[in-house]
Design a binder for this molecule. Structure first.
Ligand code: ASP
Ligand code: MG
Length: 265
């Protein structure tokens, strides 16, 4: 898919599989002082190790960045938590995206898709409403432009869902917030379009888990998309549309199983 779209690209990546849920369990155990945290961390590590091995497929890939992240996470779990659960949540759950982007960036580099890994927490500046942080638009605009415009590579890999405070603490934008990150970056960088890659062919007229005879919608308006997401359609995060609508940036929802198919615009 990356190779299908030549030219400058920002790839916004979420945590892998059910990692965010597992990290939520980890932070609960850590906050309670429960020794079960070691087990939970071990399983998360194993899950990512398996993916790294499969990706490398016997070739040499430099995954040292991923090792550093897991060491830093372990160190954090060995220091006592503060009394602010939401703060601790963001410091730990954010590793899902830090690790996923580190893995994919290293893997891409190893197969000739040279890229730059950007730590979005230094560019997307938020307030300190941990777990539901609000974007500081003026500061983020400045920082994002500065960082992305001076990027050394056409292909940039960065984290969805994460932000950072002016005092360098990690924040998160609310569950399923990675689409929102893509929309914010698109707005600030004046992107040509945004594509959300999914395991469904596009936006359907009903939830296929409940209604078997669903139809894909070829297009819908920004307004209809906002209404859909507020009434519970999980395909788009409710906050995603506004930053795109404000700059008339099209949003495409496509299937990574059939990347050449149109999807929904
Ligand atoms: N990994 C985060 C979550 O599971 C963000 C996202 O998936 O968009 O909520
Ligand atoms: Mg997710």
């Amino acid at each position: 898919i990356i190779r299908m779209f030549p030219g400058p690209k920002v790839v916004v990546i979420s945590a892998m599989g059910k990692t965010t849920n597992a990290l939520e369990e980890l932070v609960k155990a850590y906050f309670k002082g429960d020794q079960g945290k070691t087990d939970i961390l071990g399983k998360i590590r194993q899950y990512h190790d398996d993916i790294m091995l499969q990706l490398a497929n016997g070739q040499q890939v430099d995954y040292s960045g991923v090792d550093h992240l897991f060491c830093a996470l372990e160190d954090r779990l060995n220091t006592p938590p503060s009394m602010n659960f939401d703060y601790e949540y963001d410091q730990i759950v954010s590793y899902g995206e830090l690790v996923s982007t580190a893995i994919i960036s290293s893997f891409y580099n190893s197969i000739g898709l040279t890229n730059q890994w950007i730590d979005i927490r230094k560019s997307l500046i938020t307030d300190d409403t941990y777990r539901d942080a609000n974007i500081n638009w003026p500061l983020s605009e400045k920082q994002v432009r500065k960082t992305f415009d001076s990027a050394t590579h056409e292909l940039i890999i960065t984290q969805g869902f994460l932000g950072g405070t002016t005092t360098n603490h990690t924040t998160t934008l609310g569950r399923e917030g990675s689409d929102y990150t893509a929309a914010i970056l698109a707005n600030i960088l004046d992107a040509r379009d945004v594509t959300i890659w999914k395991n469904v062919p596009g936006i359907l007229n009903a939830d296929p888990d409940f209604l078997p005879a669903t139809q894909k919608l070829d297009e819908l308006s920004y307004r209809e998309a906002i209404e859909l997401s507020y009434s519970g359609a999980k395909v788009i995060h409710p906050k995603t549309i506004k930053p795109l609508q404000n700059k008339h940036i099209p949003l495409l929802v496509k299937s990574f199983d059939n990347p050449e198919k149109e999807g929904t615009i």
